[in-house]
Design a protein around this ligand. Structure first.
Ligand SMILES: C[S@@+](CC[C@H](N)C(=O)[O-])C[C@H]1O[C@@H](n2cnc3c(N)ncnc32)[C@H](O)[C@@H]1O
Length: 194
């Protein structure tokens, strides 16, 4: 199934971010057998978009997360668009994941970093550099001012966005920022300072 058909089935919540995330994905030119991790499953939008592109995806969130953002119906959505077989779910905390070092070609966050305590962001980034392959990419989508305003119209207590660019220098990572309508993409690559 293509993304346009999936948008019709999954509706506005999927359509809100998928076109921009898909454009960034195409630009990364990952190989079809790339090892991909999606941090923060939520409703599954990013994992589903990756799977609609034919990628196998590992995705997860902490088992103990009882917020409204976790334990959502991502599997129901993945089944509706016939991609559940490409998505493997695992419970994990981004600060201390169960994955071996040098595992992933690409690690994605879509609207997840700001749901992780700011004091833990450096630890999370450090863990990402550990589990990333040395030529891998870490791609973080965070809502911009327009996106946050829209989200807060539905949920006033939603946290503010994070600014991943704060961490590029600490980890000696090259950073490319691409601005979208509601989300911006921060893509880290280069020589990891492991
Ligand atoms: C708004 S949802 C993300 C939306 C999702 N990426 C999508 O594409 O639909 C935020 C996610 O971050 C996850 N999260 C919060 N703290 C986390 C942590 N320490 N490690 C991994 N995931 C975490 C939550 O459990 C939730 O799945």
């Amino acid at each position: 199934m293509n993304i346009e058909e999936a948008k019709k089935i999954l509706g506005r919540e999927f359509g809100f971010t998928v076109d921009f995330a898909n454009m960034i994905l195409q630009d990364l030119k990952l190989s079809k057998d790339a090892k991909i991790l999606d941090i923060g499953t939520g409703i599954g939008n990013l994992a589903i978009m990756l799977a609609l592109n034919g990628y196998k995806v590992v995705t997860g969130e902490p088992e103990e997360d009882d917020s409204t953002y976790a334990k959502q119906d991502w599997l129901v959505n993945a089944k509706k668009v016939n991609v559940s077989h490409l998505i493997e779910f695992k419970h994990f905390d981004a600060k201390d994941t169960p994955f071996e070092g040098n595992t992933f070609d690409a690690i994605f966050f879509l609207g997840s970093l700001h749901h992780i305590e700011k004091e833990d962001h450096e630890k999370v980034l450090k863990e990402c550099t550990r589990i990333s392959k040395s030529n891998g990419v870490i791609c973080i989508f965070e809502p911009n001012a327009k996106g946050i305003k829209l989200i807060k119209n539905f949920n006033a207590s939603h946290p503010d966005a994070a600014d991943p660019s704060e961490y590029a220098k600490d980890f000696n990572l090259s950073l490319r920022k691409i601005e979208g309508d509601f989300f911006d993409a921060f893509t880290f690559g280069g020589k990891w300072n492991k």
